[in-house]
Ligand binder design. Structure first.
Ligand SMILES: *Cc1c(COP(=O)(O)O)cnc(C)c1O
Length: 355
């Protein structure tokens, strides 16, 4: 029997359109998001490169490491960047953002919607409402929010929203997306220093206006990754985005219930702003919680947070009751405690949150 040799088939226009439509539905936007031919961080850097320019002023909210990086990329482009930074065990207060907007009178505002690294989730809807009332261009890094909480791009007026599928959506990380509003495109097009003929150029990826010409499939889109993303998003639609979000909420509620019974304290201070993707545990002086390597979905803190917090990564397929039970069992073992009552609390919280 001869073996058929399968060649690499580039992404077809039909597949490309399918993916674009899936992403529009995911983000509740009528505009076609730009598909980024690489991991999400490239889309985020491309946004910064595309919109930053001398003479433009940005407020960049920093509640974790990704926000710092975005600010550095904005500065590289020559913009004036006013950082609003909070300790990494807090989220930003809407009043603080409002006060800085009044004082600085910026052109644009950027923030990370939810932080897996710190386990905090910023009050996105309220921040965006204030930003829009001042007619600011808005940018969100929603990589760790999409699929874990609401993200209504058109209704909330997000001009640039960067997303990836590898966190809550259980998809690949080799292709990602940035949704861009008509105002956002204008902000890019009026920037004389926006990159062109560059991997960082969003303008290079702009499609012809609706209906005028057929869509162009950018030649550098990794087809296998894009197909995996199409499958992941189809699975999300089959489960229902609301259900996916509910599952992440339940995972966070049950993880918090479990750590409480174990006598542990959340790293994030405000229980109204816990991330639904990760639960972060304050280490304090407890040497038993200083792990060097991840144990299942229980992981040491990243960077400056190493030794200060532990992270339970209950996202994607791990946003499940067995996923959280296993993580709580791991923590109980580290503490040399019996897990039974904590697991009981986990199950009760799961039942309440995800009926
Ligand atoms: C994971 C993450 C990213 C980076 O995504 P990659 O696809 O790994 O590049 C960016 N921002 C936030 C908030 C994230 O959680």
């Amino acid at each position: 029997m001869s073996q058929e040799i399968k060649g690499y088939v580039p992404l077809t226009r039909t597949e490309f359109s399918t993916l674009t439509s899936q992403l529009s539905r995911l983000l509740s936007t009528e505009h076609s998001p730009v598909i980024i031919p690489a991991e999400a961080i490239l889309g985020i850097e491309a946004v910064a490169a595309g919109i930053s320019a001398p003479g433009r002023t940005f407020i960049n909210v920093v509640t974790g490491p990704y926000g710092s990086l975005f600010g550095q990329w904005l500065e590289r482009g020559g913009a004036r960047v006013v950082e609003v930074k909070v300790p990494f065990d807090e989220v930003v207060a809407v009043e603080q953002v409002a006060a800085v907007i009044e004082r600085v009178k910026p052109d644009a505002l950027s923030f990370v919607q939810a932080e897996v690294v710190t386990g905090g989730s910023n009050p996105a809807k309220e921040i965006l409402r204030i930003a829009r009332s001042h007619n600011l261009i808005t940018v969100t890094d929603s990589v760790s929010a999409v699929g874990g909480e609401e993200l209504l791009v058109d209704e909330w007026g997000v001009d640039f929203a960067a997303v990836g599928a590898q966190k809550a959506l259980g998809g690949p990380n080799g292709v990602s997306a940035v949704s861009i509003s008509p105002r956002g495109w204008q902000f890019l097009e009026t920037n004389k220093v926006a990159p062109r003929n560059s991997i960082l150029s969003l303008l290079d990826l702009k499609q012809p206006a609706d209906g005028t010409e057929p869509v162009r499939v950018p030649p550098n889109i990794p087809a296998l990754e894009a197909r995996a993303l199409i499958e992941a998003l189809a699975a999300v639609e089959q489960e229902g985005l609301d259900q996916v979000i509910s599952r992440h909420r339940a995972a966070a509620a049950s993880a918090h219930a479990g750590i409480k019974v174990l006598g542990l304290e959340p790293w994030q201070k405000d229980s109204g702003h816990f991330s639904t993707l990760t639960t972060t545990v304050r280490i304090g002086g407890d040497q038993r919680l200083r792990i060097a390597q991840p144990v299942g979905i229980v992981a040491p803190g990243d960077g400056e947070l190493n030794g200060r917090l532990l992270r339970i990564n209950h996202f994607g397929v791990n946003a499940s009751l067995p996923g959280v039970e296993k993580a709580i069992t791991t923590l109980a073992e580290l503490l040399e405690q019996d897990a039974a009552s904590a697991l009981q609390a986990v199950r009760a919280a799961w039942g309440n949150a995800h009926a």
